[in-house]
Design a protein around this ligand. Sequence first.
Ligand SMILES: NC(=O)C1=CN([C@@H]2O[C@H](COP(=O)(O)OP(=O)(O)OC[C@H]3O[C@@H](n4cnc5c(N)ncnc54)[C@H](OP(=O)(O)O)[C@@H]3O)[C@@H](O)[C@H]2O)C=CC1
Ligand SMILES: O=C(O)C1=N[C@H](C(=O)O)C[C@H](O)C1
Length: 267
Amino acid sequence: MVNIVVAGGAGRMGRMLIREVAAAEGVALSAVLVRPGHDWVGRDAGAAMGGADLGVTVTDDAVEAFATAQAVIDFTTPEATVDYAGLAAQARAVHVIGTTGFAPEDLQKLSAAARHAPIVRAGNMSLGVNLLTQLVRQVAAALDEDYDIEVVEAHHNRKVDAPSGTALMLGEAAAAGRGVALHDVSDRGRDGMTGARRRGAIGFSAIRGGDIIGEHDVVFAGPGERVILRHKADDRGIFARGAVKAALWGQTQPPGEYDMIDVLGLR
Ligand SMILES: NC(=O)C1=CN([C@@H]2O[C@H](COP(=O)(O)OP(=O)(O)OC[C@H]3O[C@@H](n4cnc5c(N)ncnc54)[C@H](OP(=O)(O)O)[C@@H]3O)[C@@H](O)[C@H]2O)C=CC1
Ligand SMILES: O=C(O)C1=N[C@H](C(=O)O)C[C@H](O)C1
């Protein structure tokens, strides 16, 4: 049995993860970790969510929670995730990171932690999006720069980062297909007199509204035609189930940095 801590348990993804981990086979929900001082601390996790007791008390003590865990599933904030990466590494627990919006210096800290225990990180943990990245790479390799690539994403009005982690994954895949580095061709800030579109650019745009779970289009707009590859998330369970799969997969891996392409065997 793999003991899993859900970090960020009171969040949208955290609540979904508590349900999925509690229901999944081969894993046990060993702790639910929330922001220090959160009003869920000390309560049963199931009752805190308005359901039946799960027999797991919510805590804000990460060191104690990680001490008996084999995996930490973390959908929180970049700041919290960087802190938890150090603690998970000390506990030699697999750290499954769904959090998005990292700065380059955060990613360096995650790489340092991954020298001691496996980290699985992906901006999207669903099977569908990870498969889509492979398709995007293939289409980008097949179509030349006469086809302008645009990544369009839509999310709920509480999302704090843009472009989404998924949009960046899709942009990276398109750039890899074209044999270029995304940071050399990325166009993220159109406003005002932008001038004509730069040939070879990969553009990003973001819609924020309502309760949209997550929608991503990769548009290849060419002369007289458009190819559009699309993913729509209808249920956050797809991300949570991917994260549980990653926690189990990571148990047999040496320390290092991995993603869902590794977990799903899609590379
Ligand atoms: N990779 C993937 O497949 C997916 C990734 N995500 C990403 O996951 C992240 C979370 O998304 P979502 O659940 O919608 O966001 P929420 O804001 O609903 O949840 C984040 C939770 O983390 C909590 N938190 C903040 N700091 C800490 C801390 N130090 N310790 C423990 N908990 C903490 C917040 O608490 P409080 O509000 O009290 O501060 C909040 O409850 C985002 O970065 C999002 O982009 C989302 C879906 C899928
Ligand atoms: O914040 C969200 O909600 C989501 N975040 C991830 C992202 O940034 O791509 C994954 C999913 O789209 C939902």
